[in-house]
Design a protein around this ligand. Structure first.
Ligand code: GDP
Length: 356
């Protein structure tokens, strides 16, 4: 499964947030995750549509999609020079499919800040600088090699051009993701800043509703997504019943737990979406890449479904809930038969027809 690596300076609240994420794991009991390592958290993707589907179909259980987070040991200044945990840190980031950077905005004199001051913009820059330096090192080695290969007609010039373009952006102090550089031709280099990023600002409770502050921070990290949460509050929420959690959220003026937003935005940052299946046994969300076709979607359930794919009966979630049953949706003409070229939409409710 695709994973999101959690990074950030020491003492910004990474562990607190990661623990809150994994506390929320009640639903994950449905999964065979026995082999998962302690620094991996598999989090259900909250999806109220499943509850509604389960009502329509009187399903016995709900199986949500999941998002996987990896807690990557603390970055320090100088990581790109291999200091301390630096090398291991960079290797762990290389393995992640997206990067979630946690940034401290909360003020608490009892919690030491490595640079002695709370300044999110400068923390962002510290981490970005390490990642940019690591990528520049990779490119310094790769460019002369690619240059030779191009001269020897072993590699296409477009690959070298992409490497040089990436180098220019990084030397300018920008990440490849933020600059929107096309790194597809140099994917094999595994450049860190080419991965999709998202940012969690660990904020004080009063900043949870401070729109001006949030707009300012969002601007700093655009086009990446920003999430504002209070890690301690999230940790408390994870231990409360739904009603108690709702009360606590209301008391701080927030509609949903920050971790729900993190799961959703993380999922989107990974380029994923879900489609739904429903029946008396279960209502379930299945994970597919954005742009997946119907046979590819079927293959997520079982490879035989993809091989023997004939067609898919698709009803959009809203149409199905409006109709109240598959039979009624069909008689309203809302059930479509789609073939092998159909590109799936998020929230399609699907039944596949296939040969075995
Ligand atoms: P990490 O080093 O980034 O993993 O940070 P930790 O999660 O270990 O947190 C460092 C310290 O900050 C701990 O004492 C936490 O209790 C505290 N902390 C974490 N989140 C918050 C927060 O939102 N507000 C306040 N006041 N303290 C926090």
């Amino acid at each position: 499964a695709l994973t999101i690596g959690i990074v950030g300076l020491p003492n910004v609240g990474k562990s607190t947030m990661f623990n809150a994420l994994t506390k929320n794991n009640v639903l994950a009991a449905n999964y065979p995750f026995a082999t998962i390592e302690p620094n991996v958290g598999v989090v259900p993707l909250p999806d109220p549509r499943l509850t509604q589907l389960a009502e329509v179909f009187s399903s016995e259980r709900i199986v949500p999609a999941t998002v996987s987070f990896v807690d990557i040991a603390g970055i320090v200044k100088g990581a790109s020079e291999g200091e301390g945990l630096g090398n291991k840190f960079l290797a762990n980031i290389r393995e992640a499919d997206a990067i979630c950077q946690v940034v401290r905005a909360f003020v608490d004199d009892d919690v030491h800040h490595v640079d002695g001051k709370i300044e999110p913009a400068s923390d962002l820059e510290t981490i970005n600088t390490e990642l940019i330096l690591a990528d520049l090192q990779t490119l310094e080695k790769a460019v002369p090699r690619l240059d030779k290969e191009v001269k020897g007609k072993k590699t296409d010039k477009s690959v070298l051009d992409a490497a040089l373009a990436a180098q220019a952006v990084l030397e300018d102090g920008r990440t490849l993701f933020a600059a929107g550089v096309d790194t597809a031709p140099i994917r094999e280099l595994g450049l860190l800043t080419a991965k999709p990023f998202l940012y969690v600002f660990n904020v004080d409770e009063d900043q949870l509703t401070d729109e001006a502050f949030q707009a300012e921070m969002s601007k700093l990290v655009a086009p990446a997504e920003a999430i504002f949460l209070n890690a301690k509050l999230e940790s408390d929420l994870a231990e409360l019943s739904d009603e108690e959690a709702a009360e606590l959220l209301e008391s701080v003026g927030v509609e949903e737990p920050g971790l729900h937003q993190l799961a959703h935005k993380g999922f989107r940052t990974l380029g994923l979406q879900t489609y739904l299946t429903a029946g008396p046994k279960e209502s379930r969300a299945w994970t597919i890449p954005v742009g997946a076709t119907a046979p590819e979607a079927a293959g997520v359930i079982h490879t035989d479904f993809q091989k023997g794919f004939i067609k898919a009966e698709v009803i959009s979630f809203d149409d199905l809930v409006d109709a109240g049953s598959v039979a009624e949706a069909r008689s309203r003409g809302k059930a479509r038969m789609e073939g092998k070229d159909y590109v799936m939409h998020d929230g399609d409710v699907v039944e596949f027809r296939f040969n075995v």
